[in-house]
Design a protein around this ligand. Structure first.
Ligand SMILES: [Zn+2]
Length: 208
């Protein structure tokens, strides 16, 4: 498994490029910004992007999706519960002082237990509302890896004070779905350093 993690944009969203060494098929998760840098890594590994997967519709995660779609032809996938937030990208841009990326079009919805793929590499979609209504995590069971979006961070959890956020829901999502995963699962949060489910289960103050 090729896995590049690239912090992009002013909010340093962790963009993941996941590629299969045999078929060279890839998915890009959360291309928030810096699409030229993402494309440079894709061509460095000689990959073909098949899916653009968005963990949730915040501008720092979705802002570069249309540019990446134009460059690769790959469809953009997002949970339908975040379509309303996606229509607020201009407002979101104003909150964080960024230029609006314009309209982002979704090609396919992404629901609980759906699967996203890069060649034989597959991740199941776990719907984890709380940070936003349509937040999802992506679980690569064979590789024991979780792309967590802004649901779980090393030592913290996603903020719930923005439109669509709910502290009760994120806590429920974390306890019922995320902490159900094995301790050895490596977690790639939407921002900041990697962690594991076991470390967060033991030390995250929000999960005790
Ligand atoms: Zn977010």
């Amino acid at each position: 498994m090729i896995h590049e993690i690239l912090p992009v944009g002013p909010l340093q969203c962790n963009c993941s490029i996941i590629g299969d060494e045999a078929t060279r098929e890839a998915m890009v998760i959360d291309p928030g910004d810096d699409i030229e840098d993402i494309l440079a890594l894709i061509s460095k590994h000689n990959l073909q992007v098949k899916q653009i997967v968005i963990t949730h519709a915040h501008i720092d995660h979705v802002g570069g999706a249309m540019k990446l779609r134009a460059a690769t032809g790959a469809p953009i996938l997002l949970n339908q519960n975040d379509y309303a937030l996606l229509k607020m990208l201009d407002a979101q841009a104003a909150w964080v002082g960024m230029a609006s990326p314009g309209k982002v079009e979704i090609d396919h919805g992404l629901g609980q237990a759906d699967v996203v793929k890069a060649g034989p590499l597959t991740a199941s979609v776990i719907h984890t509302p709380g940070h936003t209504e349509g937040s999802v995590c992506l679980y690569f069971a064979a590789e024991k890896k979780l792309i967590a979006g802004d649901t779980l961070f090393a030592g913290s959890i996603g903020r719930t004070d923005l439109p669509g956020g709910s502290f009760e829901k994120i806590i429920r999502s974390l306890h019922q779905k995320v902490l159900a995963l094995p301790d050895e699962t490596v977690v790639v949060p939407g921002h900041g350093p990697l962690t594991t489910i076991g470390d967060e289960r033991e030390t995250n103050p929000f999960l005790r």
